[in-house]
Design a protein. Structure first.
Length: 367
């Protein structure tokens, strides 16, 4: 009863202050000083707000910024949830922006761009390893990301990075993400920046423009003991930066995992190690093709710029069942229809492309 009386009194006070007309709606907000002063609307004061132990009101933008929370432990206890714009406990990752359970039988569903962004923030905060995600619709990113979005450039931040690699399972379920825009001078650029051990990306198409320094790909920047299968890219990949840009590919910039049944049709240009499918292959590329224009300095190849020995495992690269129809418009040393060079690889299996592909490459290289 006491609460009801206090609510009625507060409502009468609000109505008397707001003086609303019939059909109008008013929105109530109050400051810390008004709450502490025990009088809404006229009781606010700086003295009241500065009282020891008082809270401090913040705007939504301030609340979504980590620097607002002075003294909080963001190295272990807290992390920022950029989707909801609030801090969350690191040990208890929130997934209420996904439907599904994150299992193979009931994956987290991604139906739109907002949820794709939430997925990115979830992964980049260190979550998602061993979990399952499924794209349920085509997504066009062009209204939010591009060179001129409301007068400003807005560049996509990749899913997964060197510190927090994507180690889950992403099923594009045959859908396409278009309008991808990345203009960066950093490494590990692509829709996915870094796919780590056990991570998989499958059945996905990507179109857009991706620029970066090193390890730059149309789908993935770098694959490190992960798998990319049944994916394609129709967008351009290019080098951007003040230093030499290495490892640029139509599908993956640097492959230390497995790439199978993929293709790329977008042009790729860089400094060294430029490939139609992968800039560098230190593992496996199987049953892939590329039809595009390539340009670079050293090591330019229709499927991979070069196949090299993995310095960690000592295993060589294998390129098999692949074909290319590429035009190499510029290079300084080492170019080929399949690989720019197989130097250092234990096994390079060059499955030769159709004669017209070879002839096209030869004509380009000799003119």
């Amino acid at each position: 009863m006491q609460i009801a009386k206090e609510l009625a009194t507060a409502a009468e006070e609000l109505i008397s202050i707001a003086k609303p007309k019939k059909g109008q709606i008013f929105v109530l907000g109050c400051s810390t000083s008004e709450v502490l002063g025990n009088k809404i609307g006229t009781g606010g004061s700086s003295e009241s707000a500065d009282k020891e132990g008082s809270a401090e009101a913040k705007t939504a933008a301030e609340f979504a910024t980590q620097s607002t929370f002075v003294g909080w432990d963001f190295d272990g206890t807290w992390s920022m949830d950029n989707f909801h714009g609030r801090p969350v406990l690191t040990a208890i990752a929130e997934t209420d922006y996904f439907s599904g359970e994150g299992t193979a039988e009931s994956p987290y569903l991604i139906p739109d761009l907002a949820t794709l962004e939430a997925f990115r923030e979830y992964v980049n905060a260190g979550s998602g390893a061993g979990e399952y995600f499924k794209l349920t619709a085509d997504i066009d990113m062009s209204e939010k990301y591009g060179a001129d979005i409301g007068g400003s450039e807005v560049s996509w931040t990749p899913i997964g990075n060197d510190a927090n690699q994507f180690k889950g399972n992403f099923d594009g379920s045959g859908h396409k993400i278009s309008g991808l825009y990345i203009n960066s001078t950093s490494d590990y650029q692509g829709l996915f920046g870094y796919v780590g051990e056990g991570g998989t990306v499958q059945d996905l198409g990507v179109d857009g423009t991706v620029s970066g320094s090193g390890c730059v790909g149309g789908v993935v920047g770098i694959i490190n003991n992960g798998t990319v299968t049944s994916c394609f890219s129709t967008g351009t990949v290019q080098w951007e930066g003040s230093s030499e840009g290495d490892s640029l590919g139509g599908v993956a910039g640097y492959n230390l995992g497995t790439v199978t049944n993929c293709y790329a049709t977008g042009d790729v240009s860089g400094w060294n190690y430029v490939g139609g499918v992968a800039g560098i292959c230190s593992a496996v590329i199987e049953n892939c093709w590329a039809k595009c224009a390539l340009s670079g300095g050293r090591y330019v190849g229709g499927i991979t710029g070069t196949g090299v020995t993995d310095s960690i495992t000592g295993s060589g690269s294998t390129v098999s069942g692949c074909t290319s129809l590429v035009s190499i418009t510029d290079y300084s040393q080492y170019a080929g229809a399949i690989s720019g060079s197989g130097a250092g690889a234990e096994t390079i299996l060059h499955f030769m492309p159709p004669a017209k592909s070879i002839n096209r490459v030869v004509r380009t290289l000799t003119t």
